[in-house]
Design a protein around this ligand. Structure first.
Ligand code: HEC
Length: 158
């Protein structure tokens, strides 16, 4: 991998991590704030439950964060990203998604050129067959990972 490619991928990962930190921070603040207000209004048992809840939510969001981080961490690994974020629709051809490996449905799509495929995968689009959500609905994915996933899908479908 060339230096500039590495910088791009690494920069994308860093942005993703920062965004994730902000989200977790915002969630923690929201949940924490709610619990304090209720603490002064409700009985002891409820207050304890409210107090413990943020920990549970934090644990869940930390686990979710790990899930998103692991595929992201293996920089621009198209296969891992595909398995994590795209296979739900493109593995089976659900809701009009072109199935990976189905050469006939990919031929006209590949013919549009990579730029269009990337653009549609990154920003999402409404096609004739169905709706492709931006980044497969996983906004925390780095652009480089989504593009790598497109490359992987195209390579499997030629
Ligand atoms: C919720 C289901 C869903 C998920 C998840 C999903 N897609 Fe799609 N995708 C679609 C559908 C439906 C289409 C076809 C839309 C059409 O052409 O009518 C599509 C089309 C595409 C196309 C073809 C675009 C074109 O111009 O023909 C690419 C490339 C693509 N998806 C990439 C991805 C990638 C990469 C991911 C994972 C990051 C992903 N998709 C996840 C539903 C999904």
């Amino acid at each position: 991998m060339s230096d500039s490619q590495f910088l791009k991928v690494f920069g994308g990962m860093l942005m993703g991590l920062i965004a994730l930190t902000l989200v977790i921070y915002a969630v923690a603040n929201m949940v924490g704030g709610k619990a304090t207000v209720k603490l002064s209004q409700t009985g002891h048992d409820k207050a304890v439950a409210e107090h413990i809840q943020p920990m549970g939510i934090l644990a869940v969001s930390a686990a979710a964060a790990m899930d998103t981080l692991i595929p992201t961490a293996s920089a621009a690994d198209g296969k891992a990203t595909y398995n994590a974020a795209c296979t739900a629709c493109h593995g089976t051809g659900v809701a009009g998604a072109p199935k990976v490996g189905d050469k006939a449905s990919w031929k006209p799509r590949i013919a549009q050129g990579n730029d269009t495929l990337y653009e549609h995968a990154l920003k999402g689009y409404q096609g004739k067959k169905g709706f492709m959500p931006a980044k497969g609905g996983n906004a925390s994915l780095a652009d480089a990972d989504v593009k790598a996933a497109v490359d992987f899908m195209v390579a499997q479908s030629k």
